[in-house]
Design a protein around this ligand. Structure first.
Ligand code: NDP
Length: 287
């Protein structure tokens, strides 16, 4: 007779607010698809409780955790090891517990790269990139693009301090040439741009009728235009497609960053199709 084992392996996410984070849907779908007795818990953690929560991760012998707003930077002080690209970004979204060690990774930019390179067949080497925004998503994406050989990155951002800080980070720590452009009026996209990315929260539900302020007539056929907002039909992408651009939604980035996390935790290849379908179902149900 086989000894019974009623203990599930635990992972999850710490955030505040966290209730609208959909990651549980795709991770639980992945566990079911591979018949794993694992659980993904969506856990509200106040900023002042992050240290205790990380201690809890050890106490409960959880296998790992995702971090979302506002914990991605603060968590660094509770980790034993931080992987080089996450250290460059100064942000961690995935922690893996290996025995006593808490290891920090950032899968956001890697998820974006997989959607760009693997699905859309775009080679970032030697490209000229314009990114709207300079927050956590923009940091993760631009560091990975720079490490993958992008030639030039223009950071267009409303607040100067964040825009300049990201620009300095890229110029000092990666081989890319970066510049900061203040975002005042509708931004005209330079004609030699290969890849344009919206990495702001403009267009995020419920503000689905909003789009970033750019001169849409400056988009040209063949430009690759990407959004981080994880729905397939943002106004930004709809407009870009009308102007002949090749578009990439944020859904692929979301699924792949989760798939990379799944593999880091379980050591298994992620059932990407099941994760993708589960997310689409939940987005369609809640639309
Ligand atoms: P942050 O709060 O770190 O950054 C937000 C950025 O958006 C800042 O650059 C901010 O500019 C800019 N911004 C917000 N509103 C406006 C506006 N009205 N006009 C101009 N700029 C604006 O957020 P994150 O970077 O963590 O997240 C950004 C988006 O990316 C979110 O919608 C998030 O859901 C999405 N995301 C998607 C992922 C995916 O897998 N698809 C993964 C991670 C994030 P300023 O500096 O001037 O305030």
């Amino acid at each position: 007779m086989v000894n019974p084992n009623y203990k599930a392996e635990l992972v999850g996410v710490f955030g505040h607010p966290v209730a609208e984070n959909p990651t549980v849907v795709m991770q639980e779908a992945a566990f079911q698809a591979l018949n794993l007795n694992w659980r993904y818990l969506t856990i509200e953690v106040l900023p002042e409780d992050l240290g205790a929560a990380m201690q809890g991760l050890r106490a409960f012998q959880m296998r790992g955790i995702n971090l979302t707003i506002p914990h991605k930077v603060e968590v660094l002080k509770y980790l034993d090891v931080v992987k080089p690209d996450a250290a460059l970004m100064g942000a961690v979204n995935t922690v893996v517990r290996k025995d006593d060690l808490l290891i920090g990774e950032n899968t956001d930019g890697k998820g974006f790269m997989r959607a760009l390179v693997q699905d859309a067949h775009v080679d970032p080497k030697g490209t000229s990139v314009v990114i709207l925004g300079a927050g956590g998503a923009a940091r993760a994406i631009t560091v990975e693009l720079a490490l993958a050989g992008a030639r030039q990155i223009s950071i267009v951002n409303r607040s100067e301090d964040r825009g300049k800080a990201l620009c300095e980070l890229l110029n000092e720590k990666t081989p890319v040439q970066a510049d900061y452009i203040p975002w005042v009026d509708a931004y005209k996209i330079p004609q030699d741009t290969d890849i344009l990315i919206n990495a702001t929260s403009i267009g995020l539900y419920p503000n689905v009728d909003q789009k970033p302020e750019i001169e849409y007539d400056s988009l040209r056929e063949g430009m690759v235009v990407c959004d981080v907002i994880p729905t397939s039909n943002t106004l930004f992408l709809t407009e870009a497609e009308k102007h002949g651009a090749k578009i990439i939604s944020g859904l692929g980035m979301l699924v792949y960053q989760g798939a990379i996390g799944f593999t880091l935790w379980t050591g298994l290849e992620a059932p990407v199709e099941s994760m993708y379908r589960a997310l689409l179902d939940t987005f369609n149900t809640n639309a």
